[in-house]
Design a protein around this ligand. Structure first.
Ligand SMILES: *Cc1c(COP(=O)(O)O)cnc(C)c1O
Length: 360
């Protein structure tokens, strides 16, 4: 077995102890005589899996009782539509556009109402988070939307926007469970799980109860109504049983290492290793304004696209995978999610240091 250091932006690296546990349980889950992927979602044994997954994420994030946890198929992208569909009252939606994902979400919301872009960092290719302390929030806005960590551009909010009393909706896909989070600051927190938690094809939606309404447009597909999920324990139909099972394992793993504050400390240490290197390097430059840097996605460039490609090839040959940057930023991107060990980040930085010494 030769596992590489996988810096993929998503689907992404998973904790090895979790993969090993899944492997051990693959053929016979806890004496059930079958694999979780062969199991009825209506069985007692599966009900326990989903119940424990919910209880564990509630404990990890300290989710208040007046919030529901929903397991929804369709990834984060389906939420781009479900959110405006289900939250629509006045039909006015305020978006802060800080990168490709919030832009996509805003464009999708236009199908369901009037979208105001109340702030954007598009002028500098989304390399910073704008000041959100006093934005022109619409009096009629049904919510204010952010992507809290822009996966492609590598930016994150240091401070949540002042929504002037409006509901805050946050896409946390690429920072889910990376640090403690005060859930009651939000109306909805959601994310696709394949960046920082588990396998693709599942979104977790943490939603304040009063935002789950029954008086939504009756033309909304049953499957896209939040109340369909809340009334049926996320099992109106067959859910993504496998992904929920794996996420549950990751929740238990995070609990075992000390929860989200312990995870945050490790993530800060990892990010410091790579940012400290970039700050003194003459060959590699971070593309994000320092105070807006993500702990999870670290984009950086050399002086030319040719050199970037050479470095990507060299890293790959040395056992570091998926470092090619997204085409809209270019260069390289190291995604250093929860499951990327500190040794992986250190090994990458050692490699880049050595590469710079030999090639300059
Ligand atoms: C990856 C990503 C998405 C899209 O996730 P899917 O599950 O593929 O739909 C949305 N938002 C952010 C911030 C992402 O990183």
């Amino acid at each position: 077995m030769a596992r590489v250091y996988n810096f993929s932006a998503g689907p992404a690296t998973m904790p090895l102890p979790v993969l090993e546990e899944i492997q051990a349980e693959l053929l016979d889950y806890k004496g059930s005589g079958m694999s979780v992927m062969e199991m009825s979602h209506r069985s007692k044994v599966y009900q326990q899996i989903i119940d424990e997954a919910e209880a564990d994420i509630r404990e990890l994030m300290n989710i208040p009782d007046n919030y529901k946890v929903l397991f929804v198929q369709g990834g984060a992208t389906l939420e781009f539509a479900m959110i405006p569909m289900n939250l629509k009252k006045n039909g006015v939606f305020d978006y802060i556009v800080t990168g490709a994902w919030s832009k996509k979400a805003a464009n999708e919301a236009k199908k369901y109402g009037k979208v105001n872009i109340i702030a954007t960092s598009e002028d500098k290719n989304y390399s910073y988070i704008p000041d959100c302390s006093d934005l022109p929030v619409d009096d009629d806005a049904d919510y204010v939307y952010i992507c809290e960590n822009e996966t492609i551009h590598g930016t994150t909010y240091q401070q949540l926007p002042n929504t002037k009393g409006k509901i805050l909706v946050s896409d946390q896909s690429s920072m889910f469970l990376s640090k403690p989070c005060n859930v009651s600051d939000y109306g909805i927190i959601y994310g696709g799980v394949q960046k920082n938690i588990g396998p693709a094809g599942l979104a977790i939606v943490i939603i304040r109860e009063d935002l789950i309404r029954e008086d939504v447009d009756p033309k909304i597909p049953t499957y896209c109504r939040f109340d369909t999920y809340s009334k049926n324990g996320s099992m109106y139909n067959t859910p993504n049983c496998w992904a929920i099972y794996v996420c549950g394992k990751v929740f238990k793993y995070l609990k075992s290492i000390g929860g989200l504050s312990a995870m945050a400390k490790i993530n800060e240490e990892k990010a410091k290793i790579i940012y400290d290197f970039l700050d003194q390097s003459k060959m590699f430059n971070g593309t994000v304004e320092k105070q807006c840097r993500s702990l999870m996605n670290v984009p950086f460039v050399t002086e030319s696209a040719e050199k970037d490609a050479e470095v990507v090839a060299a890293t790959k040959a040395a056992g570091f995978d998926n470092l090619k940057g997204h085409k809209s930023v270019g260069g390289l991107r190291a995604s250093i999610y929860n499951a990327m060990p500190k040794e992986g980040v250190q090994a990458l930085v050692d490699f880049l240091k050595d590469y710079e010494a030999k090639n300059s």
